[in-house]
Design a protein around this ligand. Structure first.
Ligand SMILES: Nc1nc2c(ncn2[C@@H]2O[C@H](COP(=O)(O)OP(=O)(O)O)[C@@H](O)[C@H]2O)c(=O)[nH]1
Ligand SMILES: [Mg+2]
Length: 640
């Protein structure tokens, strides 16, 4: 069990930790010289078996609240310390407010310096503390009057802490490994060591992890868990990891970084959260207020968008989006504290409810209603709510990452919740059956409309079809819908176009009239029909329009496009194919040559080559050395 001290400066936190463990947690030379805690100190008391009391001693000075915050974010148990002579002071209140905002429920209160006061004053101090605790998470914490100087009363607290540690229900170590780094240093011969509280999962010697947010890969060389050599560390423990990796040195890790299993690495700058404003605030908290954000051991600056009502009243809770100046690692359920722009005052705190906020529409009513259903701590219920609300489906990979679910944990969840899944295992989308059916219906509807409006054309291309759908589904989801409809034969593919099965583009009346003028030219052209531009000139149209018309004619089977600039009548192609058949019969061994074909047709060398390549493409002929052989009957390839 990890215990953190809390309380005003000089109220006896460090001396009490020493009385409880024998360790002076003020380890820095400057701390020793000034008799003042500046940074976090650590001390352990092993209780036999696996039980350990680990102490994080925090500074009480108002200047060092930032360090205090790095120490208390991952703890299990708070030890609030108040000197009997002073009674509650400003940092007593601020530290208590922070513990309350972080949701720390287990704790005890020590009233120190009992030796310095008369019983009357001790009774007053006890009463003042009772008033302060009322309504906080530590309301029911037992109170221990004592003197760390004389030792009077310390044993009772000691017994209480040991009993609490032995009864402490160690945290579930599910999820991908996450450790919030609060200290890093190098040891000669061993290299870089990072220490901190394990938030989730397990770590073993040899594991490959990432330093986050930088994303630097490292390997775990050695582990100290709860101050002892270990082969493993797990959630709820304080660990020191000796890590190595290419380019890893003294400055590779900092307080506030995470060391993580690879899947848990996803730094973000925009997070949706609940924010509780302290009742002690003088004014309402306004939209876009600049703040210092403290989450786990990290501290960054940013601004807060208030998602509803423009402001939050003191003592009330609101939905916000944290917009940070630099990326941090944060997942759903992580607690945070906000301090004011000059970092002098704690103003509130809350919990992350979505670390992957959408870039736009953060305050839309639909988004707000989704946010309201998040943060329940029941992933299955949250997934169902999200599926119901998202016609475009839910990014399951993000869903699992945001809740730090391992592969096995998320697979089990997907099985529990009714949905249609698509995509790769690394990037899956899930959609509710009702939304899926609606999407498929919408695709069919778009195709029906399309054909009705443009009977002379094939269906739309994929990208066009996707754009035409209401809400424009994501590419992944749209791709899955296409696959499903194609497999079921509900739609068909025609080159790059999608159509309803059996759709043949029809010819409009205007097209038919134009065809009447062009048909003769092409039919009479026989083996050598006029080029597109020649036709265009003859009918006084521009080249592009003529080409588009001939493509439409090709789609209804009136002509076939043999080369970029030449369309043939099918009957002419059938004649030419029969000629190829005869030539091939004359040369069964080597096949017929382009030269022989040109000689018989007289259409010229270029056109001969284009035509024979067209035959190859259509599967009528196949090149074989210098010659060509027939691979199909002319009648099977070309109609009359
Ligand atoms: N008489 C007396 N002095 C104490 C007691 N606890 C702490 N002190 C003294 O109060 C001063 C501040 O103690 P320290 O542990 O550094 O306070 P911190 O700032 O809360 O860590 C030191 O001079 C301590 O020796 C106590 O129970 N009785
Ligand atoms: Mg101290």
């Amino acid at each position: 069990m990890i215990v953190a001290t809390a309380g005003h400066i000089d109220h006896g936190k460090t001396l009490l930790v020493k009385a409880l463990t024998g360790v002076d947690a003020d380890r820095l030379p400057e701390e020793k010289r000034r008799g003042l805690t500046i940074d976090l100190g650590f001390a352990y008391r092993h209780l036999g078996g696996d039980a350990v009391l680990g102490f994080i001693d925090v500074p009480g000075h108002e200047k060092f609240v930032r360090n205090m915050l790095a120490g208390v974010s991952g703890i299990d148990f708070a030890l609030l310390i108040v000197a009997a002579d002073d009674g509650p002071m400003p940092q007593t209140e601020e530290h208590l407010a922070i513990l309350d905002l972080l949701g720390v429920k287990a704790g005890a209160v020590a009233i120190t310096k009992k030796d310095r006061v008369a019983p009357q004053r001790l009774a007053e101090a006890t009463e003042e503390i009772g008033v302060l605790l009322a309504g906080t998470t530590l309301e029911a914490a037992p109170v221990f009057p004592l003197s760390a100087m004389t030792g009077d009363g310390v044993a009772a607290l000691q017994d209480h802490l040991e009993a609490a540690a032995l009864a402490f229900d160690t945290r579930r170590d599910n999820g991908n490994f996450r450790l919030a780094i609060d200290r890093s240093f190098t040891i000669a011969g061993a290299g870089l060591v990072v220490t901190g509280t394990v938030y989730a999962g397990r770590v073993s010697v040899g594991d490959r992890l990432l330093l986050s947010p930088a994303g630097t890969p490292v390997r775990v060389r050695a582990i100290h868990a709860q101050d002892r050599d270990a082969t493993q560390g797990r959630a709820g423990e304080r660990c020191a990891l000796n890590i190595s990796g290419s380019g890893i040195g003294r400055h590779s890790a900092h307080r506030g970084d995470w060391i993580l299993a690879e899947p848990a690495h996803a730094p973000v700058q925009r997070l949706d959260a609940t924010l509780g404003l302290l009742g002690s605030e003088q004014r309402a908290f306004r939209h876009w207020t600049p703040v210092h954000l403290h989450l786990a051991a990290a501290a960054v600056t940013g601004r807060v968008a208030v998602l509803e009502g423009g402001s939050i009243t003191p003592g009330k809770l609101g939905l916000v989006q944290l917009v940070l100046d630099e990326p941090i690692g944060a997942l759903i359920g992580d607690r945070f504290i906000l301090r004011d722009q000059s970092a002098r005052r704690t103003i509130g705190g809350g919990r992350i409810i979505d670390p992957f906020s959408p870039a736009r529409g953060r305050a839309r009513p639909e988004r707000i209603s989704v946010l309201r259903q998040m943060g329940s701590g029941d992933p299955a219920a949250e997934l169902r709510a999200l599926l119901a609300a998202s016609s475009d489906g839910v990014d399951l990979s993000c869903f699992a990452l945001a809740r730090n679910l391992t592969g096995a944990e998320s697979d089990a969840l997907w099985e529990k919740v009714e949905m249609i899944r698509s995509g790769s295992s690394r990037h899956q989308t899930g959609i509710a059956p009702a939304h899926w059916d609606a999407l498929l219906d919408a695709v069919m509807g778009v195709l029906r409309d399309w054909h009705a409006k443009r009977p002379d054309q094939p269906g739309p291309e994929e990208a066009r079809l996707r754009r035409a759908l209401p809400g424009r589904p994501s590419e992944a989801l749209f791709g899955a819908a296409m696959l499903d409809l194609l497999r079921a034969g509900r739609i068909a593919r025609d080159g790059a176009h999608l159509t309803l099965p059996g759709h043949r583009p029809a010819f409009s009346a205007a097209d038919a009239a134009l065809w009447a003028r062009i048909e003769a030219m092409i039919v009479e052209g026989g083996a050598r029909p006029p080029r597109v531009l020649e036709i265009a000139e003859a009918v006084s149209l521009d080249g592009r329009a003529t080409e588009r018309f001939l493509q439409r004619a090709a789609r209804v089977g009136l002509v076939m496009r043999v080369a970029d600039n030449r369309f043939y009548a099918p009957a002419a192609l059938l004649d030419l194919a029969r000629l190829a058949q005869a030539l091939a019969a004359d040369a069964p061994e080597d096949g017929f040559t382009a030269g022989a074909f040109n000689k018989r047709t007289g259409i010229g060398r270029n056109l001969t080559i284009q035509l024979l390549e067209f035959f190859d493409k259509k599967g009528l002929t196949r090149r074989d050395g210098a010659g060509r052989k027939l691979t199909a009957k002319p009648e099977d390839v070309f109609s009359q």
